[in-house]
Design a protein around this ligand. Sequence first.
Ligand code: UDP
Length: 446
Amino acid sequence: MVKSNGLRVVLFPLPLQGVINPMIQLAKILHSRGFSITVIHTRFNAPKASSHPLFTFVEIPDGLSETEATTEDVTLLLTLLNQNCESPFRDCLNKLFQSAEKEKERISCLIDDSGWVFTQPLSQSLNLPRLVLNTFKVSFFTNHFLLPQLRHLTLLDSKQDDPVEEFPPLRKKEVLQILTEVLDSYSDMMLEQTKASSGLIFMSCEELDQDSLTQAREYFNVPIFMMGPSHIQFPASSSSLLSPDESSISWLDKQEDKSVIYVSFGSISTVSKSELMEIAWGLSNTDQPFLWVVRGCSDVQGKEWTEAIPEELMERLKEKGKIVKWAPQQEVLKHRAIGGFLTHNGWNSTVESICEGVPMICLPFRWDQLLNARFVTEVWMVGIHLEGKIERNEIEKAIRRLLLETEGEATRERMELLKEKVGSSVKQNGSAYRSVESLIDYISSF
Ligand code: UDP
């Protein structure tokens, strides 16, 4: 049992799986160092309080309708959440201060997500330091604030595949795609509130972000901490919002070493019915076993997605692979049978894959996924890029290249080296280990 240091940290994650996971990891680190933890959360996508009996969970109303809560439009979701949650959050924080006073406990700081734009002025008015946890690669978070300026610049004259100097190693077409999701006014507010914060925490490490840390330190001018891939120290997917299908593991136990391709596109992105069919044919044609997470189809609503796949193909798929609605991903990637990961390159999935030394086939859909996939394939060279081609032949070819050909072996070797480097960052005296120590000193000093 860890001795309490008399300090409480309040966490306020955005209600997205990719944000809740690192936030709970951070809570575990802080709790192991004596901090008491309160997690304020929305009703929508509420974390499972019963999985974390040592933390206090407080729910606030979010005012989202059923349709709003299931949108894939993250910008719209964030706008609505910011509109609806400000006043309930303020009431909740005031109550926490009152009870902390009664119990003679001190609330040391608020740690939330950069996507909340009302929390900085509020915490300032209460004299409460606010730190911002980021679930993006440092270079994405920093450079995406520069995007509105690029709208009118050189992009117009360049070709679709030209690199964009201000945002390496992205291509013009990718920057243009990301720009369609940038809401300039929201982005400006987020930047202003981030610069006014007491510090930034990234779920990354120097080994993955050397390219941009100096620039980020100058740009934000606040202390930056790199907590590293903390799930290595605090395993288990206890922060999963959906119940993982544990039979995935017993199925993997029956497969040969490094033979299985794991397919998952995270918690938000879905594919259309025709894209689903292409992936199904691609997987079926390779003759390799696969574990495929299918949460549904973007254009098949109200009925089981499996109805979209003809019976004959479904039979073939069942012979070779396993399809689940949600997998215990961290355990899956750790399994000896996994040979590759066909992924959307969300930052969590990318880091989890690196930490287990699993090379990737990259199929990014949007936002930071586009940058992560370029780093995986062109900078670290630990994966193959599908270049957005959701076509059976392309998928089959990529799986073969990765699992059966010498090119795959070389990719795997590079991945092993990267895995070692990143893994050592959280070991004693590693870069992330030292950064977490400074973060704890910093928070304790408030
Ligand atoms: N995840 C999981 N089971 C699944 C699919 C995903 O546990 O079947 C977890 C995965 O381990 C990761 C998170 O969900 O921690 C997804 O985060 P990521 O940043 O990769 O993508 P997002 O969902 O934010 O697009």
